[in-house]
Ligand binder design. Sequence first.
Ligand code: SAM
Length: 328
Amino acid sequence: MMNDYLNRVICGDALEILPKFDPKSIDIVLTDPPYFLDKMDNNWDHEKVSSNKYQHAVKSLPPGMKFDREQGKRFYKWFHKVSLEVHRVLKPGGFFFSFSSPRLYHRMACAVDDAGLLIKDCFIWLYTQNQVKAMSINHFIDKMDASDELKNELKERFAGWKTPQIKSCFEPILMAQKQPDGTFLNNMRKHKIGLLNTNIKIGKNMYPANVMMIDNIDEAIDKYFLIGKPDKSEKKGFNHHRTVKPLKICQYIIELCAFSPEAIVLDPFAGSGTTLVAAKNLNKNFIGIDINQEYVNLAEKRLGMLTDNEKTLSNRQDINTVLPIFNR
Ligand SMILES: C[S@@+](CC[C@H](N)C(=O)[O-])C[C@H]1O[C@@H](n2cnc3c(N)ncnc32)[C@H](O)[C@@H]1O
């Protein structure tokens, strides 16, 4: 049954597609779900996300910074359902890695924990450059109905003080595992998953760590955590997805835990397919799902499954009639 889905990118809602997969069939789930910021939620619409017109309700806020108290609760409810499905499809000892945001990580971790998976660690993707999202309050002072004298006094008094958003320089990546079947050794022998491969090195031949960087930062830090810069051609000119992840990070994570040559790596929110390309580069099987046909096309193109002129054959409306086509 799972053979029907192997090495395919399926267009559809992950919560509708995942229940079709066999239980205990997947070795690793590595994903980067929508963080429920702005329009980037479980109904992520390519048109809306790409257009500046829909970026945020408060025009002066950079994308992703509209604060919404309900956002984390909505995310938890939805991600809990996703995690229950991930738990069902993973083999015993199988791994679940999920990119997250510093602001919503706590909701993700609770959703995964409450779904029955064991939280094992939190990886950090560290970087030095990012858009600063804090705002000067001069903008608000200028709008005050007050004398110029008071406005100038306030500007001077609060010079350099900004809204509470520090420059964000890391992304947490949750690491969880499905309860192994007996001991780790038994589990590895029976299900070929469950231990970590410490032959994989990071930095200058160092023991694998839960901190990873793709920028050179400083000699001492690079020595322990650098996993190499992304190849210039990695993203490809045609890839206009807004949240493409570095291939090297995905490869590092897959290499750390994929033991079996037949291991299946699943990304239920595949976007432009970085996880899938990483799995393919490592000669592992992959399955991708994305709700936007546009991104399925991008992923298929990156995977070399689609040429420039070829139209994708996948179709969101009816996955059951589409599946035979996926077997091409
Ligand atoms: C953060 S992006 C993933 C980007 C990816 N890591 C990459 O490198 O290109 C999340 C993806 O989830 C997809 N998505 C949102 N809701 C979904 C759903 N309910 N089912 C499947 N995919 C969904 C979006 O279309 C988007 O491409």
